[in-house]
Design a binder for this molecule. Sequence first.
Ligand code: ZN
Ligand code: ZN
Length: 411
Amino acid sequence: MPKELLVDKLANLSVKIGANVQENQVVVVNGSTESKEIVRKVVEEAYKAGAKKVITNWRDDYTSKYGIQYQTVETLTDIPEYLIDKFKYFVDKDACVISVVSPIPGLNKGLDPVKLQKAGIASSKALSFYREHMMGNRSQWTIIAASNPIWAKKIFPDLEEDEAVEKLWEAIFKASRVTEDNDPIKEWKEHNARLLKHNKILNDYQFESLHFKNDLGTDLTIQLVENHVWSGGQEKATSGVIFNPNIPTEENFTMPLKTGVNGKVVATKPLDYQGNLIEDFWLEFKDGKVVDYDAKENKKTLENLLNFDEGSRYLGEVALIAYDSPINNAGILFFNTLFDENASCHLALGRAYPMNIQGGTEMTKEELEKRGYNDSMSHSDFMFGSKDLDIVGTTKDGKKVQIFKNGNFVI
Ligand code: ZN
Ligand code: ZN
């Protein structure tokens, strides 16, 4: 089957299962100039699904890079009103959002990290209303990925460029459950049913805490918030429309108690942050806060991540993924969170998801914080799952339940 047909299938999947575009809805498509082909396809599919208006929000990482390189901090942190208005319009129109990501690893190498940080904070602040709208699932949203030469060569350095690009496409299709002879929509319905089953088992236990241990040195206890909700797979927007935020996704995740994390966690995959790779790192927590850390590569970048704001030293998410997952079994490091986070158990530093607490999407930030929700302008996932990871849950009446044995679910 020619690649174009698989691209069509993935574009169709992002519209039908990802955002689940509704008749007469406004749709925003965020697409990088690296992935023009599939972005155009997504736009067409969205119209075919009944969208009344599709707005393409192009981004070009190269010109963005020049912006950071040549503008002064003062200019960079002055977010123009028209840009804020654009996002206000998306919120007002209740637009759903489909993002096509195609990262260029290492592009920002050499840029002033302080400048990057300040620009990031200024734009996060100015657009916080939009982020809260989307993260609170007020409308449907989804993310898919597209191959590009630099990303592909990073993953397959020994292949010719064309070959590497094709190979990465293949890996993306496979991880997204799009194959030549399948019906991806049917497959995703079955996949969602499996994820929902694990959510239900974990929700019924309502564990007070989880204990993670492996031979690499991870020995970490995470208390969960009262009335937490395990999510994963499909979500329900405030409007009642079902959607799938990530394609691919393999995770069941919930909300840690902000001040209830203690011990050490050792990462098992590098973390790409602001275009730099943090490698071989560990974090030590005390009462929820990162109190010590180290990294063999890019420790300074890790420091930036931790110092982003008050909440970026605390956890906002704990996610369980079987070591025996399709993405991990592919044996590829994607250098991208959308994929790598689905290869292995992960934690996120920064903002928690309101949906991970019963009634959370209806609560104010203050109400959420009272219950142990961590607020931050950042949310950075890092992987720590391993072949020998054991997870034991403790229930409110002190009962211990083995959840993972040797990296995989046993409940
Ligand atoms: Zn996650
Ligand atoms: Zn996350």
